[in-house]
Design a protein around this ligand. Structure first.
Ligand code: MRU
Length: 361
């Protein structure tokens, strides 16, 4: 079993970038820390290494993290293959907890690990051998990946019509092929709109401090032959005021049961600006990003990373020595600022509480 079919689906949709590989029983990741300067693939032997790669942001973006964690758990099952049922499950639980701990905000990570845990438990209980459990989990991880990319295409199909026939569309962070199984959520909607003939100028916020916009969104769109214009984060308001941005599309790391949306830091201020200028603010995310157990965004855990991400750029110190920093890397946009949430099943509209409840019932 390998990733041939995923690559075929992506290529057919016009997307050439896929951030992970499963081939010959080996898992590898495109090192996103080095893009766009270098395209380097790292190989992983075990679940601890995969968890470390997620923590260090070799791979990032909620759905891509979920798929990666699933393959990390396949490696964990292979390693524990010779253990007895009970020992296998106890080792599995340790590895699963370590994987989920790698990053706190994106719910897809826990969602994917929990899905594999349920499958592992059933396989062990029904007497499958260690090798068989690993094979069953490999199929499940592959299914998560394929569902993700097909879901992205569906989001594109459902969301494209929400964008203007002609005009500017702004995206924040990278919610593209690099952040998913290979097509994109927010960028998937934009890709589909462009393919269906909409004449869009795509604007990418640079997205400090990790520069997902300038380093990743710009790279993958240009690689696929699309036009993209980079702006600094604090230009978004002016671009809206000048009439150059007519819609915003972003991804999400976790959507609460009331429709509050956690996404990359800076998303909230873009949403406030969009409301000020009467511009639709659209979120594209798979159902696996919705956390029905999280009543509102207030309880979402916001990851805080090292301050050196802010005081240095590409290894060069840019801030005064001795300055203090706060580096919270996600924020929560209240549901009231969200025009629509595009999922692979349907486009949700406010009030989100009832529509999300219906989706999970
Ligand atoms: O810190 P990152 O790069 O993992 O943050 C990613 C984002 O905030 C994305 O917008 C989000 O995960 C949606 S990706 C389809």
């Amino acid at each position: 079993m390998d990733d041939t079919r995923i690559f075929e689906i992506a290529r057919e949709a016009g997307s050439t970038v896929i951030p992970m590989r499963w081939s010959g029983g080996r898992f590898s990741l495109l090192d996103q820390r080095l893009l766009p300067a270098e395209e380097k693939w790292n190989f992983y032997e075990n679940a601890e290494q995969v968890a470390e790669a997620i923590r260090d942001m070799v791979v990032r973006g909620a759905p891509a993290i979920g798929i990666t964690a699933a393959f990390g758990m396949v490696l964990a099952a292979r390693e524990a293959g010779s253990l007895s049922g009970r020992e296998f499950l106890s080792r599995w639980d340790q590895q699963a907890a370590n994987m989920i701990d790698a990053r706190p905000t994106a719910v897809n990570l826990k969602w994917a690990v929990d899905r594999l845990s349920r499958v592992a438990a059933v396989a062990v209980q029904t007497g499958s051998s260690g090798r068989e459990v690993a094979e069953i989990l490999e199929e499940e991880a592959m299914a998560i990946w394929e569902e993700d990319i097909r879901g992205n295409l569906e989001m594109g199909r459902l969301g494209a019509g929400l964008l203007p026939k002609e005009g500017g569309v702004l995206t924040h962070c990278n919610a593209g092929a690099l952040a998913t199984g290979g097509y994109g959520t927010a960028l998937g909607v934009i890709r589909a709109a462009v393919s269906s003939g909409r004449n869009l100028e795509i604007y990418a916020d640079e997205t400090r401090p990790w520069f997902q916009g300038s380093r990743l969104t710009a790279w993958e769109l240009i690689k696929d032959g699309m036009d993209v214009t980079l702006i600094v984060d604090n230009a978004a308001g002016l671009m809206m005021k000048l009439g150059k941005v007519n819609a915003v599309v972003v991804g999400s790391d976790r959507i609460a049961a009331n429709g509050d949306v956690a996404n990359k830091i800076g998303t909230y201020q873009v949403a406030v600006l969009a409301r000020r200028h009467n511009i639709p603010f659209i979120v594209a995310a798979p159902v696996s990003t919705i956390d029905p157990d999280m009543p509102s965004g207030d309880a979402i855990s916001i990851e805080e990373r090292q301050g050196d991400e802010i005081v240095s750029v590409a290894g060069t110190r840019i801030a005064a020595q001795g300055v203090k920093t706060v580096n919270m890397v996600f924020d929560v946009t209240p549901a009231e600022l969200v025009t629509a949430i595009v999922t692979e099943r349907e486009v949700l509209r406010p009030p989100y509480g009832p529509s999300i409840q219906k989706l999970f019932s």
